[in-house]
Design a protein around this ligand. Structure first.
Ligand SMILES: *[C@@H]1O[C@H](CO)[C@@H](O)[C@H](O)[C@H]1NC(C)=O
Ligand SMILES: *[C@@H]1O[C@H](CO)[C@@H](O)[C@H](O)[C@H]1NC(C)=O
Length: 264
């Protein structure tokens, strides 16, 4: 399996091309780039969506606005990045045409990021300035309950439409269903890369997260329920695996309230 974000080095060499994130289990793991099988989102459809750009003009990952000062994304999207390489683009359906650009002051990785491998793939980014909210720029609520079977989940992102393809110009959206963890584990042959901190989504073969979608939001009933983590690229008929935001609520609230100590 692969993480669904473009490799920065490759990205800088071949502008616009997203690369894989990581490989889990059998076969290569790829980063999520662009949504496969989605449709263009209306302007203002996902005002919480951001594009994370190591240099402005190069889309790397998605993310979501939690409040004036905080963005949430996948850990692998900001791992090893200094704050100066995390530029946050808001208020737009075109990542190349920012509504606004914000800069990062602090990156908060989950203390157990990637321990075990592919787990706790979640991070918070604190901005140097407060976001100005408007019609196209709004925060998304944290979840008040776990996702259930039958819930509709909407993924948005600028990820590739084909594995290893270039990022989508316009924000894409795709409606997905919830796959219970037990079933998802069965499908992935009980991979050790999946656990209670994950949320599986699926619609049908030909649809799903792809390279460049990593870190991007999955929203159900107006609440942020997932952040794109990993998958087998792209839309090959297997569920995609997301960080389960509900599971990380305590961690998120503690960080947002300034309690940012990882145990020594
Ligand atoms: C930024 O937003 C925070 C949280 O809403 C608020 O407490 C603070 O006063 C704001 N700072 C400025 C400079 O507006
Ligand atoms: C699970 O194992 C079976 C049998 O080895 C294999 O055919 C299948 O591709 C595996 N599933 C995944 C998602 O790797």
């Amino acid at each position: 399996m692969q993480l669904l974000y473009p490799c920065l080095i490759v990205l800088l060499l071949h502008s616009g091309q997203s690369q894989a994130k990581r490989v889990v289990g059998e076969g290569p793991i790829a980063p999520s780039t662009r949504i496969k099988g989605g449709e263009q989102a209306e302007i203002g459809f996902a005002p919480y969506q951001v594009s994370l750009q190591p240099v402005v003009g190069a889309h790397n990952c998605g993310g979501a606005i939690l409040n004036e000062q905080w963005i949430i994304t996948a850990g692998h999207c900001v791992e090893n990045f200094v704050p100066a390489l995390v530029n946050v683009i808001t208020g737009t359906n075109r990542w190349e045409e920012p509504g606004a650009v914000y800069y990062t002051s602090e990156i908060h990785m989950h203390c157990m990021y990637d321990q075990p491998y592919m787990h706790n793939d979640i991070a918070l980014v604190k901005l140097t300035q407060n976001i100005t909210f408007d019609e196209y720029t709004q925060p998304i609520e944290l979840p008040t309950r776990p996702v259930r079977e039958g819930d509709e989940i909407v993924l948005t992102g600028w990820g590739a439409e084909e594995a290893y393809g270039s990022s989508a110009e316009y924000l894409q959206k795709l409606t997905l269903g919830f796959v219970p963890l037990e079933e998802c584990l069965r499908i992935f042959n009980q991979t050790s890369s999946m656990g209670v901190g994950h949320l599986c989504t699926y619609s049908r073969e030909g649809e799903g997260a792809c390279h460049g979608d990593s870190g991007g939001p999955l929203v159900s009933d107006g609440q942020l329920v997932g952040l794109v983590n990993w998958g087998r690229p792209c839309g090959v008929g297997l569920p995609d695996v997301q960080a389960n935001v509900y599971y990380y609520l305590d961690w998120i609230r503690r960080r947002l309230s300034g309690n940012d100590k990882c145990p020594a």
